[in-house]
Design a protein around this ligand. Structure first.
Ligand code: COA
Ligand code: AMP
Length: 634
């Protein structure tokens, strides 16, 4: 065994021998108001505890752990957050002392509007520092934030507002996308017109590119409210109290409210920075994602600050703002030690600068490793970027539900040999196996349902917002004693995990998680559509893109191209531009089994130009040729 493998194996074995002792040691990295005397409570059936709770008797404040304690320890003048906007052409640096002052005042502004412990605050913002400040301000009050990604449409925002029932919404006048200003405020107004729940107030950040009209009595200028507010002290909360809700795509149109608690989250994320990324206090960490996704929550905002690092926040794209060299220049400009991004960003760069000409003269001497997640990284992209940068490339696999990586390479233990296409090995905390459909553990190399033996480690979602039964149904019911990840894959003889794709109807479009079921609900609502199917088709840039096939109602004498255009517009309007739904085709009928189940796998294979294996249960095999003819032009 190599030294690396043995250091990882020792840590993993230590966790297996005594998981509670392992997590008790990790919990020493957190500043508690009341230190945990119990590490894990396996009692189930408690509210919000389908599989038990971590640190059940402890108390803390997450913003104190991210800010106050670092200032108290002498890091007040160190940069906590560097906001670099390619869209505004501006860089703003916040020291730990300055960020603490902003967060305390914003917490004061929220408190003045009646926000307190346990109240929800929806945050619908572009990639501006005020988004992170609002999140930390909620944490300071013991309030529960729910950040909604800016690329979602009004109806999706409305569904999240209706479920979370926020007292206050924090938003901005606009976001900046290449070549266009996205007016956020009209989207918020439209969402509130759709939502049965109304907040007490909205705090709006006015951006110079497009100021918004404020609704008197409801809307307030965020900057003015912050300026007038008194700094708010931290509120001590139970470790098991929720820190945030983050809605993510499930198998239906209704998004699932993933809950994250305060204590387990702080311990797991603090621990992950050194164990996985090999980054510690005072060092530069950049995650190129969006605060609207779990990657942004965990690794733009919370984990780097919990650890006392400097977090870089980037408003821009990997290409076109202004070119495919921006990531490399960002690394050099800010002395980034570790970058975390999605493979799709690298594919975009590779398409535009395959030889890495834009790397010429860029100083990467302080850069040590590139981490990838959000979707499976295709081996050619992983190999290309490793060769180009001459630095370790680490793929790691996780999901909104877990909040931190399930499998990874561990810089804290030394990295394993590079295996492009593999997501690394399970971290201490995760007992992972591939199961067959009956729940039996499969041997090395066999592909099955990737599952985690309960309990999940600290930091993973304890439940769904207000829906313990839904959590049990979605994740625990299929394989008793296990959490079903929804991914298919295998574990090889070295223990490396290969994640091959989802076993449900979730697709991954440019690293963004979307539900084809939700898109089908939108298509089915069109007055001329009799039935439909949406599948994820392979795409060289985005990994997958949605493709919709629709059958028109008998008697719908419509121009097919016009219907297709209406369907594309409808998905953009109801779900949002992030769905990247641009391809709808009218077909005479869909491939189905004799019992009427739509054969989405067959459609997917045809869309990808493969010859599908035709299931014996198909109602009429001739339909395969018909669909192939329609998709021939893809
Ligand atoms: N607010 C409003 N609109 C947004 C938005 C936001 N925050 N984010 C994206 N959109 C819009 C885009 O403008 C685009 O609209 P269009 O159809 O009018 O062009 C659409 O949503 C799709 O956006 P995106 O997925 O970003 O595609 P793109 O073609 O603009 O760019 C990439 C492609 C690969 C450069 C881009 O997807 C990317 O940087 N991906 C990285 C993914 C990532 O960080 N994922 C996080 C998980 S780790
Ligand atoms: P999200 O909840 O948005 O983070 O999406 C989680 C899903 O993205 C996972 O269930 C996987 O399907 C996919 N995913 C994330 N990271 C990886 C990875 N490194 N390799 C393969 N799939 C991944």
């Amino acid at each position: 065994m190599t030294a690396t493998a043995s250091r990882y194996a020792e840590a993993y074995a230590a966790w297996r021998r005594d998981p509670e002792a392992w997590w008790a040691r990790a919990a020493e990295g957190i500043t508690w108001d009341r230190a945990p005397s119990r590490i894990f409570d396996p009692a189930q059936g408690l509210d919000g505890a389908p599989y038990g709770r971590w640190f059940p008797d402890a108390a803390l404040n997450t913003s104190v752990n991210c800010l106050d304690r670092h200032v108290a320890a002498g890091r007040g003048d160190q940069a906590a957050l560097i906001w670099d906007s390619a869209m505004e052409g501006r860089i703003e640096t916040f020291t730990y002392a300055a960020l603490l002052a902003r967060v305390a005042k914003t917490a004061g502004a929220l408190a003045a509007l009646g926000v307190g412990h346990g109240d929800r605050v929806v945050i619908y913002m572009p990639m501006v520092p005020e988004a992170a400040i609002a999140m930390l301000a909620c944490a300071r009050l013991g309030a529960v934030h729910s950040v909604v990604f800016g690329g979602f449409a009004a109806a999706e925002l409305a569904a999240r507002i209706a479920d979370a029932r926020p007292k206050v919404i924090v938003s901005a006048s606009c976001g900046l996308e290449p070549g266009r200003v996205v007016p956020y405020k009209p989207l918020l107004d439209a969402a509130l017109a759709l939502s049965p729940h109304q907040p007490r107030a909205c705090l709006i950040l006015q951006r110079a590119a497009l100021e918004a009209a404020l609704t008197p009595g409801r809307d307030h200028d965020l900057r003015a409210a912050e300026a007038e507010a008194a700094p708010h002290p931290p509120v001590s909360v139970a470790a098991t109290d929720p820190l945030y809700i983050l809605y993510t795509s499930g198998t239906t149109g209704k998004p699932k409210g993933i809950v994250r608690d305060n204590g387990g989250h702080a311990v797991a994320l603090w621990n992950s920075m050194a164990m996985i990324y090999g980054v510690d206090a005072g060092e530069m960490f950049w995650t190129a994602s969006d605060v609207g996704w779990v990657v942004g929550h965990s690794y733009i905002v919370y984990a780097p600050l919990l650890r006392g690092c400097t977090s870089v926040m980037f408003e821009g794209k990997p290409v076109g703002t202004p070119d495919a060299g921006i990531f490399w220049r960002m690394i050099a400009r800010h002395g980034v030690k570790v970058l975390f991004t999605a493979p799709t960003a690298l594919r975009a760069i590779k398409q535009q600068d395959p030889e890495g000409k834009l790397l010429a003269g860029v100083d990467l001497s302080r850069f040590e490793a590139l981490f990838l997640a959000g979707e499976r990284c295709d081996p050619p992209t992983a190999t290309w970027v490793a060769g180009l940068l001459g630095k370790p490339v680490v793929d790691h696999w996780w999901q909104t539900e877990t909040g931190w990586p399930i499998t990874a390479g561990f810089r804290g233990y030394g990295l394993f040999p590079f295996k492009p296409g593999s997501g690394g090995r399970p971290g201490p905390g995760y007992d992972l196996a591939a199961l067959d459909d009956n729940g039996a553990v499969l041997g090395a190399g066999a592909t099955g349902n990737l599952a985690l033996r309960l309990p999940l480690p600290p930091g993973c979602a304890p439940t769904l917002w207000g829906d313990d039964a839904g959590y049990r149904r979605a994740y625990l019911a299929d394989f008793p004693g296990w959490y079903r990840t929804g991914d298919a894959g295998s574990v090889d003889a070295d223990g490396d995990v290969w994640v091959m794709g989802r076993t449900d109807d979730i697709i991954n479009v440019a690293g963004h998680r979307l539900s084809t079921g939700a898109m089908e609900e939108v298509l089915a609502a069109h007055p001329d559509v009799a039935e439909c199917a949406v599948v994820g088709a392979a795409d060289a840039l985005k990994g997958q893109v949605p493709l919709g096939l629709v059958v028109l109602k008998a008697g719908a004498a419509r121009d097919e191209a016009a219907v297709a255009a209406e369907l594309v517009a409808l998905v953009r309007e109801r779900i949002g531009p992030v769905a990247a739904f641009k391809d709808a085709r009218v077909v005479k009928r869909l491939p189905k089994t004799r019992s009427g189940k739509i054969l989405r796998g067959t459609i997917r294979a045809l869309a990808d130009g493969q010859t599908p294996t035709i299931p014996a249960t198909i109602e009429d095999a001739a339909v395969v040729g018909e669909i192939a003819a329609v998709l021939g032009t893809r």
